[in-house]
Design a protein around this ligand. Structure first.
Ligand code: NAD
Ligand code: DAU
Length: 353
């Protein structure tokens, strides 16, 4: 039995589906169902007895202590977080609460659970914390990619809150001997990606005939990883990662934002052509994100050498699959786009006109 937190969000739900497809081991899925959590992502496993969904907060110690005592998981995988940089700029408070305070509460619960295990149970237990490359800050165009020894230099309230949680996780290993693992991953994309993030937002806006907002000059670089490759990396780290270690995970796919947007437009031109013109005609350069990090890039040598993990998807194949998934699942997108999501979109982009 494993306990996954945030398993109704984008990466968490992909992980749960991937886990149930590959592993004969039940999952307890604890998710608060914030605006980003969506049980429709888990529709295909709704009747699977190996998937036990619990709605709740990782910061609710009573609930988490009860789940640990009842299910006795051999691993806890923590995806639960506030994850959108723009939202953290508009309102950092939820990020401090969830990513720092609630992660601390979760660590306390797991520490107590670990202390109560017999020696064999203690040796087997793992707490895997899913983090981001953004904790390392921003790279210049010529800088080497981030490795696990880079200094932390987070620039947004989101990345600062994730950095704080990484430090707490590290401290619980060094101080209390908690068998933790941390993964720092680059930008994911793929099915069930919430349409506030660049790739799904561009697909949705393009099909709706709306403008495709590119922040600043569109020259910022991200290292894109297909979400299923990330799920495989987490399984590899859980299986054979060394407690106390961190592992960088990346796709070897550095792309400028404008290049990503143009690629999506070209795919849509091929799969869902407009009556006239190209979707690229809808591109609009808008006011930049404050403190916008210029470039992220991951050096994944450690996970490749130690655990034999390599991404299987190229950007070309992954983005093609992703665009087709969104074309085939437009109902999912529209169901996600409820009132609160639209209010957020209106306020974010009004300021960029
Ligand atoms: P997401 O926003 O899509 O999903 C987050 C999930 O966590 C949601 O289901 C939400 O309901 C749940 N949640 C939020 N607060 C909670 C709480 N207090 N208790 C329980 N559940 C709560 O995020 P995502 O993009 O799937 O990211 C998952 C994790 O991976 C995050 O920790 C994020 O920092 C990290 N990460 C994301 C990316 C990326 O590109 N998306 C890259 C690297 C790392
Ligand atoms: O690097 C990993 C991180 O990737 C994760 O930790 C975060 O949880 C995840 O949200 C993502 O952060 P980014 O800020 O890189 O992702 P986002 O999709 O918001 O933006 C990608 C790039 O596109 C970024 O340079 C900002 C730009 N952008 C974004 C939006 C939403 C635009 O140009 N226009 C937009 O409308």
């Amino acid at each position: 039995m494993i306990l996954v937190t945030g398993g109704a969000g984008f990466i968490g739900s992909n992980f749960v589906l991937d886990w149930l497809a590959h592993c004969d081991e039940p999952v307890v899925n604890l998710d608060k169902l914030t605006y980003a959590g969506n049980l429709a992502n888990l529709h295909s496993v709704a009747d699977n007895p190996s998937h036990i969904f619990v709605r709740g907060d990782i910061g609710d110690s009573g609930l988490v202590n009860g789940l640990l005592a009842q299910h006795r998981p051999r691993a806890i995988i923590n995806f639960a977080a506030e994850s959108h940089v723009d939202r953290s700029i508009h309102g950092p408070s939820d990020f401090i609460q969830t990513n720092i305070v609630c992660t601390f509460n979760l660590l306390e619960s797991v520490r107590a659970y670990h202390a109560g295990l017999d020696e064999q149970g203690k040796l087997a237990l793992r707490f895997l914390h899913v983090s981001t490359d953004e904790v390392y800050g921003s790279l210049g165009k010529q800088d080497p990619a981030f490795n696990e020894r880079n200094q932390y230099a987070p620039n947004s309230p989101y990345s600062a809150s994730k950095a704080a949680s990484d430090h707490l996780v590290r401290a619980y290993h060094h101080t209390y001997g908690l068998p933790v693992l941390t993964t720092n991953c680059s930008n994911n994309y793929g099915p069930y990606h919430f349409p506030e993030k660049l790739i799904p937002l561009v697909i949705r806006n393009a099909l709706a005939g709306k403008s495709l907002p590119v922040y600043g000059d569109g020259q910022q670089i991200r290292d894109w990883l297909y979400v299923v490759d990330h799920c495989r990396a987490i399984r590899a780290v859980l299986d054979a990662g060394r407690p106390g270690e961190t592992y960088n995970v990346g796709g070897n796919n550095e792309k400028r934002n404008i290049e990503v947007v143009r690629t999506i437009c070209a795919l849509l031109d091929a799969y869902a052509p407009k009556a006239s013109g190209s979707y690229a005609d809808q591109i609009e350069f808008v006011k930049d994100r404050p403190g916008h990090d210029v470039r992220y890039a991951i050096d994944a040598t450690k996970i490749q050498a130690e655990l034999g993990w390599f991404p299987q998807e190229s950007f070309d194949s992954g983005i093609d699959k992703t665009v087709r998934w969104y074309l085939d699942n437009q109902q999912w997108v529209e169901q996600v786009a409820d009132g609160s999501y639209r209010e957020w979109i209106d306020s974010n982009y009004k300021e960029r006109q």
